[in-house]
Ligand binder design. Structure first.
Ligand SMILES: Nc1ncnc2c1ncn2[C@@H]1O[C@H](COP(=O)(O)OP(=O)(O)OP(=O)(O)O)[C@@H](O)[C@H]1O
Ligand SMILES: [Mg+2]
Length: 257
């Protein structure tokens, strides 16, 4: 596979995900502090920060895997629903890929990808199969469609997890350290799929420690520390000229490793 090139425009974007004054506690712990973040349509935002700074929690509030106490989150102008069918629809609009792939072990790769479209989007099986095969082709796994997850490598399973999310036609994709559980030689195959996705215009929020990837695809880097957005800048600005001591300290630690 040749390395995909980044060819996206950087024109001002229409807002897609808007977080305003979002606060969240876990008991006494204030994990998200007055978060204001707008992600534009087609924009790629990389979330970075020290362990425990709230990156996963921030992602999880966007598809309401976590509740929050104050502030608001809208997706494409719609407030996050609390429950029921509206919430299921929202979850379908917001794809999420985690560190662990959580594929259904007893279903084939193809069935893993068609399950959501058939159950949630009410697509018929033939259409769902066709679309799933296109997506598996896109992530380079089409020839493994009849296999079970355990028969695939970690990198392949993660690419299936991405195809599974894409099958729901999400408006935005959230990635929480999608390559952290992978053996080093499998990281690039997953990042390549994500670069291609970014180039295709997908709106993405990505938590990652892959700084090369961040520099390459991010429109913006958001640096979180202690539940607060401390810096927001282009990757060029952020990596060459971080403003805060916390960001300097963080970059010093990760870049020297
Ligand atoms: N379910 C939970 N109950 C209680 N505390 C939690 C829960 N989930 C996260 N926390 C705490 O909230 C804070 C933020 O956690 P979060 O997982 O969002 O951080 P993170 O930036 O993703 O960290 P990492 O880089 O280690 O993944 C941490 O102090 C964590 O211990
Ligand atoms: Mg995390």
């Amino acid at each position: 596979m040749t390395e995909p090139q980044v060819v996206r425009d950087s024109a001002p974007k229409q807002p897609l995900v808007v977080m305003e004054g979002v606060n969240k506690h876990f008991g006494a712990l204030h994990v998200l502090k007055d978060i204001n973040l707008t992600v534009g349509k087609g924009e790629v935002v990389i979330l970075i920060g020290p362990s425990g700074s709230g990156k996963s929690t921030l992602c999880r509030t966007i598809n309401r895997l976590e509740t929050y106490e104050s502030g608001s989150i809208t997706i494409d102008g719609q407030k996050l629903p609390e429950e029921g069918k509206a919430l299921a629809d929202l979850r379908a609009d917001v794809g999420m890929v985690f560190q662990s792939f959580n594929l259904f072990a007893h279903k084939t790769i193809l069935e893993n990808v068609t399950l959501g479209p058939i159950k949630v989007r009410k697509m018929n099986k033939a259409d769902a199969d066709k679309r799933a095969m296109e997506l598996l082709e896109r992530v380079g796994i089409a020839h493994q469609a009849a296999k079970y997850p355990a028969q695939l490598s970690g990198g392949q399973q993660q690419r299936v997890a991405i195809a599974r999310s894409l099958a729901m036609d999400p408006k935005v994709m959230l990635f929480d350290e999608p390559t952290s559980a992978l053996d080093p030689e499998m990281i690039n195959e997953v990042l390549d799929v994500m670069v291609e996705l970014a180039n295709s215009g997908m709106t993405m929020v990505v938590v990652t420690h892959e700084m090369g990837f961040a520099r390459k695809v991010a429109d913006r880097v958001v640096f979180l520390a202690d539940g607060q957005i401390v810096e927001m800048a282009t990757p060029e600005e952020f990596f060459t000229n971080p403003k805060s001591d916390r960001a300097k300290d963080f970059l010093g630690k990760i870049l020297t490793h």
